[in-house]
Design a protein. Structure first.
Length: 316
């Protein structure tokens, strides 16, 4: 009954606004106003088929509009230079009302899943586009202690060659272990290691950590809690150690359950299409026992799906 009342109210408003026209039908109640007369029971019953067609049309138009919106956004994102694209993604994340891991992991991806030169280019593009530095916007929009971690990461310019010191890896694994054991995850020593060492050195450190203490560093960070700081640091570890593993997880999280997080899905595919998409596809299959292609096809539709599949290198 409640649903019928809502429907009746909807139709009444359409009649008032001249969007629906129905023939005048005499009501048993002579005092009824012009709106109630065409909505007497016989007239409303005759109107129902048209009403349901209208509802179907509205839903179809909305679905089409949403699909068009996301395909246009994906295409526009794709056309930007990588540095400008990431600068815009960072700004969108920092200006969003929510500041969860879904938004803030974008900053970590830029700092830890790309080259030092690309990070510098993103910072330059950010200043040019938004008239302030990336660090300033992080400070203005992200609470401590996550703010401290993100600023440390984006300020860094790492050595970009494959240079590993095994003794240093072992020593710094112990420093990381102590920070995790004492739950001082934002300590200066902890941040210095994660934000300044080259990626090859850090991977050696993470390997030493696992060999010496029996668990991977991301597992031990997870045991410290389920807050935003722990989640951010887990993304830092994954983006440094295995970016393809991180982006495979971003895709999985964007389509699991009811509904789709199109923003995250688009970002993951567009930003990695020309970087390491084959590795992302491989990691996705290992983790989920199904192909990335099938996952995207099963959760998207129309031109949006076709565009994403094109970036994945699939035939559509």
């Amino acid at each position: 009954m409640k649903h019928l009342e809502v429907d009746l109210h909807f139709v009444r408003n359409q009649v008032r606004n001249g969007l629906i026209r129905v023939s005048h039908v005499h009501s048993a109640d002579q005092l009824a106003d012009p709106l109630t007369k065409p909505l007497s029971k016989p007239a409303f019953q005759r109107m129902l088929p048209n009403y349901f067609r209208l509802q179907f049309s509205i839903r179809w138009i909305l679905a089409f509009s949403v699909n068009l919106f996301f395909v246009l956004k994906a295409v526009i994102l794709w056309t930007y230079e990588p540095s400008e694209r990431d600068a815009r993604l960072a700004n969108e994340a920092l200006k969003s009302k929510k500041k969860t891991i879904t938004q803030l992991q974008v900053i970590v991806e830029i700092a830890c899943a790309s080259s030092p030169d690309h990070l510098v280019a993103v910072r330059q593009a950010y200043c040019g586009l938004f008239n302030c530095s990336l660090e300033e916007d992080i400070a203005a929009n992200v609470p401590m202690p996550v703010q401290k971690i993100l600023i440390g990461l984006v300020r860094s310019y790492r050595y970009d060659k494959e240079l590993v010191d095994p003794s240093l890896a072992n020593a710094e694994a112990a420093i990381l272990r102590e920070a995790i054991r004492t739950k001082q995850l934002d300590s200066d020593n902890h941040l210095m290691i994660l934000s300044t060492r080259n990626f090859h050195q850090l991977r050696a450190t993470f390997e030493c950590y696992k060999q010496n203490y029996g668990f991977s560093i991301d597992q031990d960070i997870k045991s410290c809690g389920k807050g935003l700081l722990e989640s951010i640091l887990k993304v830092v570890i994954w983006c440094i150690d295995s970016p393809e593993k991180h982006f495979a997880e971003v895709v999985r999280a964007s389509i699991v359950g009811i509904g789709t997080d199109e923003e995250s899905l688009t970002r993951a595919i567009v930003t990695r299409a020309e970087v390491d998409m084959m590795k992302v596809r491989g990691e996705y299959f290992i983790a989920n026992k199904t192909s990335l292609d099938n996952a995207v096809i099963g959760d998207t539709s129309g031109d949006y799906m076709k565009f994403l599949m094109t970036l994945l290198g699939a035939k559509v």
